[in-house]
Design a protein around this ligand. Structure first.
Ligand SMILES: O=P(O)(O)OC[C@H]1O[C@H](O)[C@H](O)[C@@H](O)[C@@H]1O
Length: 547
């Protein structure tokens, strides 16, 4: 670890012990101004972090931490196309996917922007053709249903965003198949008419076993009813491996490429976003990109004290490395963001769930936290008990729109807002045993009853949360929100000192699955595998033989 970073971390640790905010309720009583001081914004997006246990000194020390981790210099290197993904020797340029036509971003001396816009134009022509019914199936019928087959980064982004932008969805119905479990594709295709179904095979590598297996099943669905010649009309593909796509026999006007400098979990802005574009149209997709671009510009230019991704990253580091909180909860008070936590799980945990630094040495600190969540208010009636009274403190990140799309149901939206604000207030304030006792007495409990129940009704409080508010969940707002989190993950990675853009940790399981397949099929005795695995395989095989 570099000495400046080590110093910054140990200063933060002593500050945490000696001088950090210990009692948030008292901090607000003494200084109501903290609500505006510990907040930052970009247009209608506002991030309130005043309910985190930080003060001016904490923020000063965190800014020093950012400086000693060279966050700004590394950010500039990323935007400039340097090969910062050092273990794969690649640039990291998802930001180029949403750059304006006049941007000049180079990889190996060559501008990547014209290529990005050429693909966007081809996607738009295709998407509008499908939406308008000018591109039809083999029997001349327009497409009513589109099935995206992909997994991980080739699935989670489109699924999440299509759901999030349901009010803008005026194209054909969208379906997503990811799991190799045959139940997923069976349930998805059942009820669909092959004549009016378009299948998109989305895979960066075009080798992922789940996707290739489901693609073969989908091919059979089309071919068995419409014949081999229908494949050209009923399939499209999105990949960086255009040579591998060619083998699938697709019409090349229906193949959309992207580049190895786009990580799978950062690829929603590329042709991987095709299903979203088909759902909401190319114009709204352009607004989605513009929202991300607005956050990119902010991330590049805003000073650290006002820079949303840097602040969000530093608060994440504060919670993870200094306060030692093992996880963080993402709770959007927005039903249409119900897949956002799952999307962030891949974005964050596949990026920062590592134990080795970029220099190949074991990390001297913890790395990324466990990320999880569900939309509010549903989560309140499930796991919020643990957030309020559990033995682990879990920082929560709330999201809420000032305005819902359902203007005719304003009362429901008001209830949603009140619940969101109430939860962060409850986590922060808590309720003392004396308050709980007094409340019980005033509700008519006897002294003995109040004394017995008060400990159960006590809330420690001082549980940190960040609240992100925006006007309405438009395509622009969604793009901006996703980009905020992408850059936050980047900022945290710089402090951890890891490469956020590889994912070697997913490989071993894949290799072993390939090796175990013959054992599962009963074609190999599986020499070399451990006794537990072999015994499980044998037990399952015996059940399968009975049918
Ligand atoms: O898009 P593909 O090449 O099919 O990859 C799909 C996913 O699978 C891999 O296992 C990686 O962990 C993910 O980062 C990736 O998004």
């Amino acid at each position: 670890m570099n000495p400046a970073l080590q110093t910054a971390l140990s200063e933060l640790k002593s500050h945490h012990t000696d001088a950090a905010v210990k009692d948030l309720r008292a901090a607000f009583a003494a200084d109501p101004g903290r609500a505006t001081r510990f907040a930052a914004g970009l247009d209608d997006l506002r991030m309130d972090y005043s309910k985190c246990a930080v003060n001016d000194e904490t923020m000063r020390l965190l800014a020093e931490l950012a400086a000693s981790s060279k966050v700004e210099a590394r950010r500039d290197a990323m935007f400039a196309g340097e090969a910062i993904n050092s273990t794969e020797g690649r640039s990291v340029l998802h930001t180029a996917l949403r750059a304006g036509k006049d941007a000049d971003i180079r990889v190996d001396g060559e501008s990547v922007v014209p290529g990005v816009h050429a693909v966007l134009d081809a996607m738009a022509a295709f998407a509008e053709g499908v939406r308008g019914g000018t591109l039809c199936g083999a029997t001349g019928k327009p497409f009513t249903d589109v099935v995206n087959i992909g997994i991980g980064g080739s699935d989670l982004g489109p699924v999440m965003a299509t759901l999030a932008l349901a009010p803008y969805h005026d194209g054909p119905r969208l379906h997503f198949v990811s799991n190799v479990d045959g139940a997923h594709i069976t349930d998805t295709l059942s009820g669909l008419d092959p004549e009016t179904t378009l299948i998109i095979i989305a895979s960066k590598t075009f080798t992922t076993i789940e996707t290739m297996t489901n693609a073969a099943t989908a091919r059979e669905f089309i071919v068995s009813q419409l014949g081999e010649a229908a494949v050209a009309k009923h399939f499209a593909a999105v990949s960086t491996a255009l040579d591998k796509v060619a083998a699938f026999g697709l019409n090349e006007t229906r193949v959309f490429g992207f580049w190895d400098w786009v990580g799978g979990r950062y690829s929603l802005w590329s042709a991987i976003g095709l299903p979203l574009m088909i759902a909401i149209g190319s114009e709204a997709f352009g607004e989605f990109l513009a929202g991300a671009r607005a956050m990119d510009t902010h991330f590049k230019n805003a000073p650290v004290a006002e820079n949303l991704p840097i602040l969000l990253g530093l608060l994440g580091i504060w919670h993870r490395l200094i306060c030692n909180h093992p996880s963080r909860a993402i709770i959007p008070y927005e039903q249409r963001l119900s897949r956002f936590p799952a999307y962030l799980q891949q974005l964050d945990m596949e990026s920062n769930g590592k134990s080795v630094g970029i220099d190949g040495q074991p990390l001297e600190t913890a790395s990324g936290p466990i990320v999880w969540g569900e939309p509010g208010t549903n989560g309140q009636h499930a796991f919020f008990q643990l957030l309020h009274q559990g033995s682990d403190v879990i920082p929560v990140e709330f999201m809420i729109a000032a305005n819902g799309h359902e203007t005719q149901l304003a009362h429901q939206h008001e209830l949603l807002i009140a619940n969101c604000l109430a939860q962060s207030e409850a986590l922060m304030r808590g309720r003392t045993t004396q308050e709980a006792h007094a409340q019980l007495i005033s509700a008519g409990a006897s002294e003995a009853e109040a004394a017995r129940l008060a400990p159960h009704k006590t809330f420690s409080g001082n549980r940190p949360s960040i609240t992100i508010v925006y006007d309405r969940l438009t395509p622009f707002a969604l793009g901006r929100l996703i980009a905020l989190y992408e850059h936050r993950v980047f900022v945290e990675a710089q402090v951890f000192g890891i490469n956020a853009f590889d994912q070697w940790g997913v490989e071993l399981g894949k290799e072993l699955a390939t090796a175990l397949l013959p054992v599962v099929k009963g074609e190999s005795t599986g020499e070399g595998h451990d006794a537990s695995t072999l015994s499980l395989a044998k037990t399952i095989l015996a059940m399968r033989e009975k049918g």
